[in-house]
Design a protein around this ligand. Sequence first.
Ligand SMILES: NC(=O)c1ccc[n+]([C@@H]2O[C@H](COP(=O)([O-])OP(=O)(O)OC[C@H]3O[C@@H](n4cnc5c(N)ncnc54)[C@H](OP(=O)(O)O)[C@@H]3O)[C@@H](O)[C@H]2O)c1
Length: 265
Amino acid sequence: MTTNPRPLALVTGASSGIGAQLARELARDGHDLILCARRVERMQALADEFKAMGAACTIIAADLGKSGAAAGLVREIEAKVLVVDVLINAAGLGGQGRFHKSDPQRIGEMLQLNVVTLTELTRLVLPGMVRRGRGHVMLLSSTAAFQPGPNMAVYCASKAYVLSFGQAIAYEVRNTGVSVTTLCPGATATEFAEVASVANSALFKGSMIPVMSASEVARIGYRGLKARRSVVITGLLNRIMAISSRLSPTALTLRIASWMMSAAR
Ligand SMILES: NC(=O)c1ccc[n+]([C@@H]2O[C@H](COP(=O)([O-])OP(=O)(O)OC[C@H]3O[C@@H](n4cnc5c(N)ncnc54)[C@H](OP(=O)(O)O)[C@@H]3O)[C@@H](O)[C@H]2O)c1
């Protein structure tokens, strides 16, 4: 057991975007960190920055898109005799295109990363938090969770899973001292759009709703985590969009989502 009085946060997807900004929020707020992603140099640069804020950082390079990755990560953490007080599941991946033309290997990696590893890692870390009667878990979903998404079908379905899963376990642990917050950002300026090939889409051009910065999303998300909120949708327009998606006829939301997620021609 660590005797360090500073709480320790494990952040997946810490090398870039929203995960990196959430790690920065945590470091600023007095946490030590375990940073996990594949790109070590990126995490090393963040660790150097966070050390100057007084945060001790452990870097664990892992491909979380592979089967068994969550168990491997937790084994490494336990071998270092570290105890996780805050878990941020930010690692995620999108992909644009018609489902029947998508690369099956990429679909498998997306589901493994966005759904399976997130679930397994939460399952491995949550019991210790419940036993100790304290802790926070954050799951990165998306406003994509609120409607089916033609042209990003698997990604939107994976985020709908995360939202459903997050809300359910938040309810299960509501009286244990542990909180579970599902963060649902709208389009955010990170490497996500480039990786998912949606940088030219109406969604990421901000045609309907302005694209937010990762630092703003992290600030809102971290505030929600500290307030122990179950679901946080970033920004008023995204909240309106998410709620109206739920209330509108499916035929209409399918058309709008399909347009928003198509690459511009
Ligand atoms: N940007 C948006 O518009 C948006 C909106 C709503 C929700 N989200 C969600 O927010 C989360 C963070 O995304 P982001 O926007 O910050 O995108 P990003 O800048 O591309 O960051 C993705 C992070 O996930 C990590 N990652 C990807 N594949 C991985 C793998 N196989 N193993 C380990 N780590 C992996 C990346 O690190 P390495 O490449 O170094 O491994 C990176 O740190 C995702 O879950 C995404 O679905 C994003």
